[in-house]
Design a protein around this ligand. Structure first.
Ligand SMILES: [Ca+2]
Length: 297
């Protein structure tokens, strides 16, 4: 008899735990004062659909670009308080292809004590065996590992009757720290977790930055940063003219200062180094928000 009563009690206890979880913790006293931080990533319309010629944000020299592959390895998303004390950290990395439409969920941290977490950071880093696939073929992961790539893009640039393809891979490891973005009309460092709430941060990838003509925005704000492809196309014209702009051809291409390129004080000597430096600027936070860029490698 007592055995039967005991098993009923256990069932009741299990049932109440399950209910608490399904409710998202609202009625569970253990989750009072806690919330969830979720991180997604997205390449915006520029990577999904293409970058136009002209218009606001388009190329200024008549070219347009459409990507056919845009692989990025993101990892080590970290949430810490203002003193740097870590509250949550994502282990390992994830490989995404931002030509595939939609926002991809990277990681979610439930049960974070409510409050401000001013130090949010992440990395773009080379793929490794533990890198998880987010809607990407295993062959793409193998390719990234074999070449030690963190970023790989394929696409076609078009101007009138001219087409230039490109397939560029990069091995840079970059940390994006102290990410900040405008939230509710004011610049906010990191994220704020509310009790019972879910805060979602998008680690936004800006594909158009590959074609910037400056490595840093003009500090006076007088000179705009423009998108250009002409100097990149010329590298193939002065190379083997086969219609593909290779990184080797960009190594031989000088930085076209007359066309408007500005190294912004960085010690880059050719267009390959210029474009490689621009890969550091791909990572953003919650759309137009920015992080401090740290060269990890
Ligand atoms: Ca070529």
């Amino acid at each position: 008899m007592w055995k039967k009563e005991l098993s009923v009690m256990i069932l009741v206890a299990l049932g109440s735990v399950a209910c608490g979880e399904e409710d998202g913790g609202g009625a569970d006293p253990n989750s009072a004062g806690k919330g969830t931080a979720t991180f997604t990533t997205w390449g915006e319309e520029y990577i999904e659909e293409g970058i136009p010629a002209g218009g606001e944000g388009g190329f200024v020299d008549g070219w347009s670009v459409k990507f056919s592959k845009f692989l990025v390895v993101l990892g080590h998303v970290t949430v810490a308080d203002g003193s740097g004390k870590e509250a949550a950290k994502m282990t390992g990395s994830r490989l995404v292809d931002h030509v595939k439409k939609g926002k991809k969920s990277l990681v979610s941290f439930p049960d974070l004590p409510a409050g401000a977490y001013e130090k949010v950071s992440y990395e773009i880093l080379p793929a490794d065996a533990q890198t998880e696939l987010l809607g990407v073929d295993a062959a793409d992961k193998d390719f990234m590992i074999e070449n030690n790539y963190s970023v790989y893009v394929e696409g076609t640039a078009t101007k009138e009757q001219s087409n230039k393809t490109f397939k560029w891979g990069f091995s840079q490891r970059t940390r994006y720290i102290e990410c900040k973005a405008e939230q509710d009309g004011k610049e906010t460092l990191g994220i704020v977790i509310t009790s019972g709430g879910t805060d979602t941060s998008e680690l936004t990838i800006h594909g158009d930055h590959f074609f910037y003509d400056r490595l840093q925005a003009d500090p006076t704000g007088q000179i705009p940063t423009n998108l250009r492809f002409e100097a990149l196309a010329r590298a193939d014209e002065e190379g083997d003219k086969n219609g593909e702009v290779t990184l080797d051809e960009l190594t031989k291409a000088p930085i076209d200062l007359i066309a408007g390129y500005d190294p912004s004080g960085f010690s880059v000597t050719n267009m390959r180094e210029f474009v490689t430096e621009l890969t550091r600027t791909l990572g953003h936070f919650r759309g137009e928000g920015e992080c401090t860029i740290v060269r990890a490698q």
